[in-house]
Design a protein around this ligand. Structure first.
Ligand SMILES: Cc1cc2nc3c(=O)[nH]c(=O)nc-3n(C[C@H](O)[C@H](O)[C@H](O)COP(=O)(O)OP(=O)(O)OC[C@H]3O[C@@H](n4cnc5c(N)ncnc54)[C@H](O)[C@@H]3O)c2cc1C
Length: 415
């Protein structure tokens, strides 16, 4: 079968790989000049089943409200004259009960673990290298109260089969001596030994090369603009380089998925949630961390990637702009220097902002669409790097009309 994958982010390229493995002929269409040029470009790099908590939680509405007059909230809401934003926000608030948060977290934790095993399988098969690091991730807390609450909350992840260890301050520093300079900020931490990390952009680009080697036709600088339907099926996609016909199509356009899908009457509950990252030379840190982690009270993620350290923060529900200015990074750099020393960034900083394709539940949509030969694999939110390879396998199973290797419960279209 000839399958066209729309989008060459980490999700699209991972999907293309699984389709090629199943023996399909695959074309990838991407508007940028390279793979992973948009949201998959400079994320935090954490492959983090240990951070699978749903963002829609009883704490979220208060944060959104407070963010209207305070700039220090983990989730920030900037109202826009946008029906899409308001509809999404109301649906998100609907997921903010304790019951919904727990249910979404459990599904996500299982999906993340399955996806991590698929990432390992794909790297084993292809030899793709991506500054990957095993050895776990550390989630540390500054206040004893928050630490103790988090330790209880982690039972939810343990019930899904994940090992989460509770560590005292000394044990946190023993686990990652690179955090010695952050000792003053650590009350205790949770350590997930099986979590890992790596550069999603390098992974995606290397996997795209492996896909090309397997015969994929990857068309960069090609923007999908519309669709042609025939006899109830999707016949072709219209692009800036002409129409492309196929037997089946997979939608992996990240935050732009709803815009294209609505041309087909398909309503996808995805809205961008903006985050910021900086990448700095590891040599500038007093003692660079050996493994990645999160300063939970500031929701500041850090991740060693080769000789660089990536730091990310912030979740802004503020529309489609991914522009940034120096002041957007001031607070995160201050917090990062508190942890890793004042020289951080002294010899250069790469600034970036990206748009997480979030659904209200935090779970992606991985399903058939109402059009029989169009499949959906999008909306991976704040965990698309972690979830990409599992969702790719599930999508390939859907295309092959096989039973799914992992259940898409909670990820169905319209469900
Ligand atoms: C600050 C930040 C930190 C993050 N940290 C982590 C983390 O630590 N761990 C984790 O698991 N996840 C993390 N994420 C989330 C993760 O980066 C995303 O979920 C993931 O990159 C989404 O991948 P995607 O392929 O769906 O989207 P994208 O990477 O955006 O791919 C979609 C592609 O479609 C293309 N496209 C769009 N419209 C068209 C069109 N009309 N025609 C052709 N092509 C088009 C785009 O150019 C793009 O390349 C983070 C995200 C952010 C922003």
């Amino acid at each position: 079968m000839h399958v066209v994958v729309l989008g060459a982010g980490v999700v699209g390229v991972s999907t293309a790989y699984q389709l090629l493995k199943d023996g399909h002929s695959v074309t990838i269409l991407e508007r940028e000049a390279e793979a992973a040029q948009f949201t998959s470009y400079a994320n935090a790099g954490l492959v983090a089943p240990g951070h699978a908590y749903a963002w829609g939680s009883p704490a979220a509405p208060g944060m959104m409200l407070r963010s209207l007059y305070r700039g220090d909230q983990a989730i920030r809401f900037s109202p826009r004259f946008s029906m899409r934003q308001w509809r999404w926000s109301l649906a998100f608030l609907g997921q903010c009960t304790a019951e919904r948060a727990a249910a979404n977290t459990c599904i996500k934790a299982r999906l993340c673990q399955y996806s991590q095993s698929m990432l390992d399988e794909v790297t084993g098969e292809t030899g793709v290298e991506y500054d990957g690091r095993s050895g776990g991730l550390l989630y540390f807390y500054r206040s004893p109260e928050r630490y103790s609450a988090a330790s209880k909350k982690a039972d939810l992840l343990r019930e899904q089969g994940l090992e989460v260890r509770q560590l005292s301050r000394d044990e946190v520093i023993e686990t990652d001596p690179g955090l010695e300079t952050a000792r003053h900020a650590v009350a205790g931490g949770l350590y997930t030994p099986s979590d890992s990390s790596g550069d999603a952009r390098i992974f995606t680009r290397e996997l795209a090369k492996a896909c090309a080697g397997m015969g994929a036709d990857i068309r960069y600088n090609t923007t999908v603009t519309g669709f042609v339907r025939k006899d109830g099926l999707l016949h072709s996609v219209e692009t800036t380089s002409g129409p492309v016909a196929a037997d089946a199509f997979v939608l992996c356009l990240g935050v732009y998925s709803p815009h294209l899908a609505e041309k087909l009457g398909i309503d996808l509950p995805i809205y961008p949630v903006k985050g910021y990252s900086v990448t700095v030379p590891a040599a500038d840190l007093d003692t660079p961390p050996a493994i990645g982690g999160v300063d939970e009270e500031n929701l500041l993620a850090y991740c060693p990637m080769g000789n660089r350290i990536r730091l990310t923060a912030t979740a802004e529900i503020a529309g489609y702009s991914n522009s940034h200015k120096p002041s957007d990074f001031r607070v995160m750099l201050e917090k990062a220097r508190e942890l890793f020393g004042q020289k951080l960034g002294a010899s250069g900083i790469e600034y970036w902002a990206g748009l997480r394709p979030m659904t209200p539940t935090g779970l992606p949509v991985v399903d058939r669409s109402p059009i029989d030969n169009l499949f959906i694999n999008t909306g991976h939110g704040h965990m698309g790097w972690t979830m990409a390879n599992g969702c790719a396998r599930m999508t390939a199973d859907l295309v092959a009309q096989k039973s799914l290797s992992h259940s898409n419960e909670g990820m169905r279209y319209g469900g």
